[in-house]
Design a protein around this ligand. Structure first.
Ligand SMILES: N[C@@H](CCC(=O)N[C@@H](CS)C(=O)NCC(=O)O)C(=O)O
Length: 227
């Protein structure tokens, strides 16, 4: 039986969505975040040495890393609807976005989250301006311009076609959903990026996305941290 080891309020939500789109039966094993740190519980280390989610087990096979999980599931279950045919421009685009999501865009969202934790952490009053000053410098010298360049790039891609690889939803859109949802919480996406905002509205209207939320439990990235 296919089991998704699902950490509450996390990127494993998109694996549930992928499985719902594929119409595959699966079980969910739920894990809660530590209330203080938001980190995954140690039980996940028993499933995979890094102790992160998502991770799936399929009888005696264990697959970690969202992109690798998506490839595994698509290889086993996709009938050609979520993964464009080999050798086509759409397939090249799909491979690109599948890697770009975790390789390029999500790290920027993680830097933003860490800076937010620094900015809002309890600390002695005389340290606060120093910590805030360093965070502000990282934002202005590195983060803000990189986030803008990436959002502009995705916005312009979504200005040409309905979805990232054409006018049909592909696995690339599912993989990109998490960093774009993180950007909705941590940037001015809703104000300045109508194509990205439309993307979010379209994914949330899909019955498979909604079914994944119903099965996966509350999903609110605001709870993990703003900006
Ligand atoms: N690149 C990995 C990232 C995995 C990851 O960092 N997952 C987060 C969930 S959003 C996690 O497990 N966080 C809890 C922790 O770091 O303890 C993937 O896409 O699978």
């Amino acid at each position: 039986m296919l089991v998704v080891h699902h950490l509450e309020n996390s990127r494993s939500q998109r694996i549930l969505w992928l499985l719902e789109e594929l119409g595959v039966e699966y079980e969910i094993k739920f894990y809660e975040r530590d209330k203080e740190t938001s980190l995954a519980p140690p039980e996940l280390i028993a499933v995979h040495p890094l102790g992160k989610s998502p991770v799936i087990t399929d009888d005696d096979i264990t697959v970690a890393e969202s992109g690798a999980i998506a490839e595994y599931l698509l290889g086993k279950y996709d009938d050609g609807s979520l993964l464009p045919a080999d050798g086509t421009p759409e397939r090249r685009d799909c491979t690109y976005w599948l890697h770009y999501a975790e390789g390029s865009f999500q790290p920027l969202m993680l830097v933003s989250l860490i800076l937010n934790r620094i900015e809002t952490a309890p600390m002695p009053f005389f340290v606060k301006p120093v910590a805030k000053g360093i965070a502000a410098k990282v934002r202005s010298n590195y983060l803000d311009s990189n986030v803008k360049r990436n959002l502009d790039f995705i916005e312009s891609t979504l200005g040409k076609t309905t979805w990232l690889c054409g006018d049909e939803l592909t696995a690339a859109d599912i993989q990109m959903s998490f960093p774009i949802e993180a950007a909705e919480v941590r940037t001015n996406l809703r104000d300045g990026y109508p194509n990205l905002a439309g993307f979010l509205d379209r994914i949330r209207a899909r019955p498979a996305y909604q079914a994944a939320i119903t099965k996966g439990g509350p999903y609110d990235l605001d709870r993990i941290g703003k900006r």
